[in-house]
Design a protein around this ligand. Structure first.
Ligand SMILES: [Zn+2]
Length: 425
């Protein structure tokens, strides 16, 4: 029997950076870390950020954080406790020892959090790990060469934009849908309030004053409703942006089971026969939430129908499903108000970026990291992480090549039914 070899960095599982396109969607799938850092923690962050030590002095950050801890005792200690809890939780999920932690565990933790946390936040986490070890009488793994190199690499990488587009998965998408829906309803309330004024003394003047706001709110609601439908249909049907843009009204059919989407033109279908993709309710049919693609689609189609009606235009089945809107809520592009205009691929990318901006969390969700492809990549990533088998994912994404599909699927899937768990170790 050979003695167990000491693991080296090379023997560790591939990091997401080794995952081809530089995109690391699986990192984003790790359960969301607490984002309610106490204010004191933000102060510590800002202080550490301002110091911005070069990599060779990174170890000093521990000591510095200690000083800061003494300075802002209670708040920072609370932040440390929260930071330590995050680390301990991460190690538990990955069946790694938290105390004492091996340097490679901490190095992998740094790798896993690199795209989620600002470097200053990550350094504070490392300080918390160091403090916990010292308190328990262990040497700190954070001063090990492997960890210091990982932190140095992180610092060099910081600021570099990820090459691939980030996958937009269900959790952030649900928040986005909530915000878009709030925009839709606030407009409805304003319209109702304006209508309520009729007959009241001074109503005409008040209505005139309200008219501008009502128009703006209506334009916002129209856009919000279109965007929510586009995001949800694109995500649930795993559509390419070109496919979203090419969708006609007649390509979406509501059935008893859900929404049937016909994709007429597809990169992988040169014969142009088209593909059918289904979207079902992921919930009891009578309890559709703001994230229901089927309800969102119906809502947008109805609103579009009303708008076209006012223009005496029909809801023609061969006209685009999603249409450009002007700032003033007119259908079409400015200066060329064709109510049957089509969105472009770039406008889909912009819709996704604007939607991500609603998350108001540029650290974890920088809008520039997202684009049209984020919906399709998000579908594959989320489905894989949720344990959907490869063949079923590929049926929806219509990937013909297993290799290409796996680029998206594998990162989301590695922890699901991981076969190494069956080795009896
Ligand atoms: Zn539903």
């Amino acid at each position: 029997m050979t003695s167990p070899s000491i693991p080296t960095a090379a023997s560790l599982p591939p990091t997401p950076a080794a995952n081809g396109d530089g995109n690391s969607p699986w990192l984003r799938l790790l359960p969301a870390l607490a984002d309610d850092d106490p204010d004191e923690a933000a102060v510590t962050d800002a202080l550490l950020e301002a110091v911005d030590l070069p990599a060779d002095l990174a170890a000093l950050v521990e000591g510095l954080a200690d000083l800061l801890e003494n300075a802002t005792a209670v708040g920072t200690r609370r932040a440390y406790a929260a930071d330590w809890a995050e680390f301990a939780d991460w190690t538990a999920r990955h069946r790694l020892e938290a105390l004492p932690a091996e340097p490679r565990t901490v190095a992998l933790y740094v790798t896993a959090q690199q795209d989620r946390l600002r470097p200053a936040t990550l350094l504070r986490r490392l300080s918390a790990i160091a403090v916990a070890h010292r308190t328990a009488g262990h040497p700190s793994p954070t001063s090990a060469e492997l960890v210091r190199r990982a932190v140095a690499g992180l610092r060099r990488k910081h600021g570099a934009r990820p090459a691939g587009k980030t996958a937009l998965v269900t959790a952030p998408l649900a928040v986005i849908c909530g915000r878009l829906h709030a925009q839709e309803t606030s407009a409805e309330q304003l319209v109702a309030a304006a209508a309520d004024l009729s007959g009241a003394p001074g109503a005409a003047a008040a209505r005139r004053r309200l008219a501008g706001r009502v128009r703006a709110a209506h334009a916002g609601a129209l856009r919000a409703r279109r965007d929510r439908a586009l995001l949800l249909v694109g995500y649930a049907a795993a559509l390419r942006r070109s496919e979203l843009v090419a969708l006609d009204l007649g390509d979406l059919t509501e059935t008893e089971q859900g929404l049937q989407v016909f994709i007429a033109r597809s990169k992988t279908d040169q014969a142009a026969l088209g593909d059918f993709v289904g979207i079902t309710h992921g919930h009891p049919v009578d309890s559709c939430a703001v994230t229901c693609p089927i309800r969102a689609w119906a809502g947008w189609r109805d609103m579009l129908g009303t708008e076209l009606d006012r223009l005496a235009e029909p809801l023609h089945p061969q006209a685009p499903a999603f249409r450009p809107l002007t700032r003033h809520g007119q259908i079409g592009v400015p200066g060329q108000l064709d109510p049957h205009a089509r969105l472009t691929g770039q406008s889909v990318a912009l819709i996704v970026k604007n939607a991500v901006a609603l998350l108001d969390d540029p650290d974890r969700h920088p809008p520039q990291a997202y684009a049209g492809h984020s919906l399709r990549a998000g579908f594959a990533t989320q489905a894989a992480a949720s344990g959907v088998p490869l063949d079923r994912i590929m049926r929806q994404t219509r990937h013909r090549s297993v290799a290409v599909a796996l680029r998206y699927i594998r990162p989301g899937q590695i922890w699901h039914d991981n076969p190494s768990a069956a080795l009896g170790l």
